[in-house]
Design a protein around this ligand. Structure first.
Ligand SMILES: Cc1ncc(COP(=O)(O)O)c(C=O)c1O
Length: 355
């Protein structure tokens, strides 16, 4: 039985990527050695990191004024290193609170400067994306989460910031899912484990000129300038997750790049939401205009039907569909690597489900 992987993360990766990654564990580049047992300073691994960096830049359309870093510590470490590196004690950062991850970023930022939560949907359990927020002139940066993995909402616009205010985005769960002009951002970060690769590496894309403006002492390993200077090789980087990410980036490019990813993701999301809206047993949890193309959240009309539908899905090979405990119901994560056939399969189960 084919298993359809709707997990929110770590999540589905392209089959060809998994095959190549598996092969490299046994014999990397025909060297008779596993990729897990070679030096990160050897030329083959440096070539992997260089290619991954180049692919990230190409897909985001950014040039040499940006640096691509592959770091450890997950996106959660970025919640604190972003303000530590960018915000002085007497400066203000604006945050949009659109979910648990944004909330955690805010919790960390308050240790490093002033925080202005300019928009929030927390009171409504994050069912929508705030739109009537204002970022005051003089704000150091605006931080937002492009896709809210837990709640199934996504920004379908790039927020406006006043002249001189930097734009910082946590793109952990929708990076490379659609075309985005990287030049509009000053700092992008993403845990790899959804659209880019396995857990264990965090992508950072930083406009180099924004670094070095804070007065505090920054511990070496948390200072982006150190990683920029050392091309992500100040310490041993997470070699294997970077390798698998590089293979996934190659796959994205070969599939037609971000425009092709967008077409694929839009088609899947529209198909699933159409059934959620049509079928009286199910209902969506978020404002329609803010629905995520990556994580579709929906509920059943009763707790009994929820349990029964989950059991029915499980019996038919649908994995990872249970919603996050803070929303309940179902969450169908449909990252880049998921084919339309899996979404079609889920929709058919929704149609055939007899409570
Ligand atoms: C949008 C978003 N930001 C941050 C995180 C935290 O990432 P990590 O587990 O890599 O720290 C997640 C994890 O799911 C996420 O979805």
């Amino acid at each position: 039985m084919k298993i359809h992987n709707f997990s929110a993360g770590p999540a589905i990766l392209p089959k060809t990527v998994l095959e190549e990654a598996a092969q490299a564990v046994l014999d990397f580049n025909h060297r008779g050695l596993s990729i897990l047992e070679v030096s990160h300073r050897g030329k083959d691994i440096i070539a992997v990191v260089d290619e991954a960096e180049a692919l990230v830049k190409e897909l985001l359309g950014v040039g040499d004024e940006y640096e691509v870093l592959f770091l450890s510590g997950g996106a959660s470490t970025q919640f604190l290193t972003v303000p530590m590196n960018l915000l002085n004690d007497d400066e203000t950062a604006a945050y949009l609170n659109t979910g648990v991850w944004a909330d955690k970023a805010i919790e960390q930022a308050v240790f490093y400067g002033k925080v202005d939560v300019v928009g929030s949907s927390k009171e409504s359990n994050y069912t929508f994306i705030p739109k009537d927020y204002k970022v005051a002139p003089g704000t150091k940066y605006l931080h937002y989460t492009t896709n809210n993995t837990v709640y199934g909402t996504q920004f379908h616009h790039i927020p406006e910031v006043p002249e001189g205010t930097l734009l910082v985005a946590d793109m952990s769960s929708d990076i490379f899912s659609r075309p985005v002009d990287g030049n509009k951002f000053d700092f992008i970060y993403a845990g790899a484990q959804k659209n880019m690769g396995p857990a264990g590496v965090t992508l950072v894309v930083v406009r180099k000129s924004i670094l070095g403006t804070v007065k505090r002492h920054i511990p070496t390993m948390l200072d982006y300038r150190v990683h920029v200077k050392n091309d992500s090789m100040y310490n041993t980087p997470p070699v294997y997750p970077i390798y698998v990410s590089m293979l996934t980036l190659r796959w994205i490019k070969a599939m037609g790049g971000l425009a092709a990813m967008e077409r694929r993701n839009k088609e899947k999301a529209e198909m699933l939401y159409a059934e959620v809206d049509r079928n009286p047993i199910f209902k969506g949890t978020t404002a329609k205009e803010d629905r995520s193309w990556m994580n579709a959240t929906f509920l059943a009309d009763s707790p009994e039907n929820e349990a029964a539908f989950l059991a029915y899905c499980k019996a038919n090979g649908v994995d990872g569909l249970a919603g996050h405990r803070s929303v309940g119901g179902f969450r169908a994560s449909m990252y880049n690597a998921m084919g339309i056939d899996s979404v079609k399969f889920l929709v058919e189960l929704m149609q055939n489900f007899k409570p």
